[in-house]
Write a protein that binds this ligand. Structure first.
Ligand SMILES: [Zn+2]
Length: 230
């Protein structure tokens, strides 16, 4: 099993999408986005890169169940087939890679505020275990940090009521949530071995990453890919 997190570098998009934008619904030239996806797939040596239309749900899909040109609507995409790369795309939400190396299963998850509350990460872990996964590892990537992700008090309270570990305060003293901390707590509660690669990689603070909150509606998307070795 191998995995990769992309940043903004190495693509052909320009402007707010410069340069490795993987998102298709943010105004970027579709041909450039396809070029970027092609580059990513080639770089990783995958036969096929399967992506999903993310809707802040707790829906989990096996990539192999999708038709070859289908883009399933889901927020977690799992694979049991060597050579298929599964891709999650984000700009401030938390990208998660999951792997059960012994059973050759892997996946990616998109988790923002809503995903934290609806338990999409736990849903993906359960689906891997349904398929026989024993020991599961997770890698969490760059996202909006708990010192930047400001929310109205009532909304932050509602999230913290479900996932207490996500409660946070911005660096300027207002209500916030820490989605990454919440995801870590959810994974650890399920006995998953977590490596947080994004703890100091806030997307809002660092221009290396695309950020919806910093760049607005037309920000690009970076991603994470999981691949089972052939
Ligand atoms: Zn931050």
């Amino acid at each position: 099993m191998s995995y990769a997190f992309t940043d903004r570098l190495g693509g052909v998009s320009e402007g707010p999408w410069g340069s490795l934008n993987l998102g298709t619904s943010n105004g970027d030239d579709p041909a450039r986005v396809e070029g970027n996806l092609q580059r990513l797939g080639d770089e990783l040596g995958v036969e096929r890169l399967v992506r999903m239309t993310q809707v802040h749900s707790a829906d989990v899909v096996w990539a192999g169940d999708a038709a070859p040109d289908e883009i399933p609507v889901a927020d977690a995409l799992l694979t049991d087939r060597p050579g298929i790369g599964v891709l999650v795309r984000v700009a401030d939400c938390t990208p998660v890679v999951l792997a059960a190396p012994e059973e050759s299963l892997a996946g990616v998850v998109h988790c923002g505020r809503e995903g934290l509350v609806n338990g999409v990460v736990a849903a993906a872990v359960r689906r891997l275990r349904d398929r026989g996964a024993t020991s599961i590892a997770a890698w969490i990537g760059p996202r909006a940090c708990g010192r930047c992700y400001e929310l109205p008090v009532d909304l932050a309270d509602a999230v913290a009521a479900v996932v207490p570990q996500s409660r946070s305060t911005t660096s300027w003293g207002t209500a916030a949530i820490d989605v990454g901390a919440g995801v870590v707590s959810q994974l650890e509660a399920l006995g998953v071995d977590v490596t947080d690669l994004g703890a100091d990689e806030c997307t809002i603070e660092h221009d290396r990453w695309f950020s919806y909150r910093r760049q607005g509606q037309d920000s690009g998307r970076f991603g994470a890919v999981a691949v089972i070795a052939p």
